[in-house]
Design a protein around this ligand. Structure first.
Ligand SMILES: Cc1cc2nc3c(=O)[nH]c(=O)nc-3n(C[C@H](O)[C@H](O)[C@H](O)COP(=O)(O)O)c2cc1C
Length: 411
């Protein structure tokens, strides 16, 4: 089944190998496509997976370090060049979509500044020890002191919420103008949209609390993107099959969420898990919290200690719920899949329709060609040590440790 085509709305993938989004840290502080970004994705295109999802790109025109952005028309020339380069390298069958993201504000941990701010409310607190601070401050004040300030969906005012569908739609229109085949809305992990969807969303207005309310903004975003980008533009999303934090969304609720997305006309649903801030480790002073440092982060990017196909129960349950509701929406799953046997078995069992392989394709961009016998060399299998994730955490260019060991320095 790996090498059978599948239609995702108006866009057909030639095979079921799916490269999920993976931040590269190869952009520049302006968020532009650099030569290094282009080289990385052209290399992936040469290996001919069915779909390449480009790393998360910001939809709001705000400084966000060397993360790609699609937040203004000035990004169009670079993005167009990138797509053209990938099509030239991968041929007419290569399908390319960007993952588009909104994220909330986050600050580096700065205890001195945090305490100076708290002095007004708690005179003398700068001299307190941490156990006194923890016992006296509100949970939110403690968290902002101990981990660094982090904006939550509960902090957003209505104007900020109402602007989001328009920002997503404008980014999708830019994606279309740049020549992409569609967009993937980032509704997963620690970021704005997943936090609206999460059972932890404690807003008391129409955008929080009940599942219906938590779905409101994501459904508004889907409608706005569809209206702006058109029916013939592939529109899918990545969501959490489970938050994996206390009080978070579980797979049963995620299945209902997925059915609502299928009903809204999503062309695919990509299922991830975890990667939340709620259980992230305390960052060192001067660093910002990173959502993949806790137990939910480990579930998101399972290491070699986890079994192959570790996260398959989530797409399996979600796909079953979506099919039971009468929808044929293709489901993508990922998590420690990097052998033909595991991929093929998951497809045959109906766990998923498209096989996500992030670290597997980073380790060997030619995985697809080798799996179908178009290249003679053996597949270079990811060892799941998470060396790439450590680079991501340190905001360093993401590479695979196996490239050097095998003498392959590219891409
Ligand atoms: C370095 C790195 C960067 C990642 N960046 C993103 C991202 O931008 N968006 C996203 O949805 N997932 C991101 N992920 C998660 C992967 O897409 C994928 O879900 C996860 O690695 C599990 O799949 P795998 O076992 O095939 O690697 C990233 C993972 C890694 C290792």
């Amino acid at each position: 089944m790996l090498f059978t085509p599948l239609a995702l709305g108006s866009c057909t993938v030639e095979n079921r190998v799916w490269l999920p989004a993976m931040v590269t840290w190869l952009s520049n502080p302006a968020g532009e496509v650099t030569d290094e970004v282009e080289a990385r994705y052209v290399r992936y295109a040469r290996g001919r997976p069915g779909m390449i999802v480009l790393e998360a790109m910001g939809i709001r025109d705000i400084a966000s370090g060397p993360l790609l952005r699609i937040s203004h028309d000035r990004y169009l020339p670079g993005l167009s060049r990138l797509v053209a380069g990938m099509r030239a390298a991968g041929g007419p069958d290569v399908r390319v979509i960007p993952q588009i993201i909104d994220f909330l504000k986050i600050a580096r941990r700065d205890p001195v500044r945090s305490l100076a701010r708290l002095e007004g409310r708690y005179p003398g607190c700068s001299a307190w020890d941490e156990s006194t601070l923890q016992a006296t401050l509100t949970p939110r004040e403690w968290r902002d002191y101990a981990f660094g300030y982090r904006q939550q969906v509960e902090d957003l005012d209505l104007d900020e919420i109402l602007a989001l569908p328009t920002s997503f739609a404008a980014a999708a229109v830019r994606a279309r103008l740049a020549g992409f085949d569609g967009v993937e809305l980032h509704f997963a992990h620690a970021y704005t949209m997943a936090s609206f969807l999460s059972a932890t969303n404690a807003r008391t207005d129409a955008y929080g609390g009940s599942l219906e309310n938590r779905l409101r903004l994501p459904l508004e975003v889907i409608r706005a993107v569809r209206a702006a980008a058109g029916r013939d533009f592939c529109l899918g999303l990545r969501m959490l099959g489970s938050d994996d934090v206390p009080g978070g969304t579980t797979v049963d609720e995620a299945s209902q969420i997925a059915v609502a997305f299928a009903r809204s006309g999503a062309d695919f649903i990509s299922v991830s898990r975890g990667g939340r801030f709620e259980d992230a480790a305390r960052p060192p002073i001067g660093a910002a919290a990173y959502p993949y440092t806790g137990p939910s982060g480990l579930l998101c990017m399972p290491t070699r200690d986890a079994p192959p196909g570790a996260n398959l129960p989530l797409p399996r349950a979600i796909r079953a719920a979506v099919r039971q509701a009468g929808f044929t929406t293709p489901i993508v799953g990922a998590g420690r899949i990097n052998t033909v046997d595991v991929a093929e078995a998951a497809l045959l069992a109906g766990d998923l329709d498209l096989v996500g392989m992030a670290r597997g394709l980073l380790a060997d961009p030619d995985w697809t060609l080798k799996a179908r016998g178009a290249l003679a060399e053996p597949i270079r299998h990811c060892k799941y040590t998470n060396a790439c994730e450590a680079l991501d955490r340190a905001h360093k260019p993401v590479r695979c440790q196996l490239w050097w060991k095998s003498g392959h320095h590219a891409p």
